[in-house]
Design a binder for this molecule. Sequence first.
Ligand code: SF4
Length: 296
Amino acid sequence: MPPPDRPIIAKRVLAWYRRHGRMLPWRGETDPYRILVSEVMLQQTQVDRVIPFYERFLERFPTVEALAGASAADVIRLWGGLGYNRRALFLQKTAQAVVARGGWPKDVDGLQELPGVGPYTSRALAVFAFGARLSVLDVNVRRWVQRVVFGPEWGRAAKDDAALQDAADALVPRGSYDWNQAIMDFGSAVCTAKRPACVSCPLATVCKARPAIERKGMEITASRRKKVVPFKESQRYVRGLVLMLLRERPSLAVPALLTSLQQRDRGITELRVVKALTGLAADGLISMERGRIKLP
Ligand code: SF4
């Protein structure tokens, strides 16, 4: 059952989007392959960083068939610098599955059966490529729905994914493509985590969270802050350096690799390198042969 405020929420958000929406290379795209590439690259990565990688990747692998038939090493090389390299292999596995089944599934359930495609990506594909009237819940949209629909009850809603998804789906007007693009921008630019712009927000009169935010100050977002490990102390850092060295050479012996890494950063211990190599091999990002390491 759509909430009574749906028409007014849709009208105001879409009007805001027409004036303030960002121009992005994947906006308006309906090719599922190109949408998949953008969605995978945008996982845990800022939009501005993704854009040049997105364009370069599609230039090199313009179709799902081109990516499916490439060598894994070429895909990992091209991904260099974007981080979270496992995404490159997942993306290629998805492409190979699509080619093997002779085309794309067109609904959420079918899409979710593809390797590497989870609930979020399957919805993004269903909406942007196949016109499903659903909501795509990224982190900004989640927060926005919690606030607008649940207001002070947001804490309970945050724990109930199904309730949140239902509430978000009930808000989708006709034209779900633009709507989903609009709320993603709205959530990241207006209804931000720490400083929601309630004073100038076009939804101020219909938002259930606004009175509570004004009473308590800006902080209504549930944030149990995790202890942040400095990047240079993380295993991601060592893994990234290993792949960077392998992108430049056909292969490397383990002792030479260790020396190169320690020349770059003395804080990298042998134990950290061994852990990184074990993890990279388990993820299929490197292969080891007779003491030498290379891209797969
Ligand atoms: S009024 Fe405030 S909390 Fe509500 S949607 Fe607007 S910015 Fe977000």
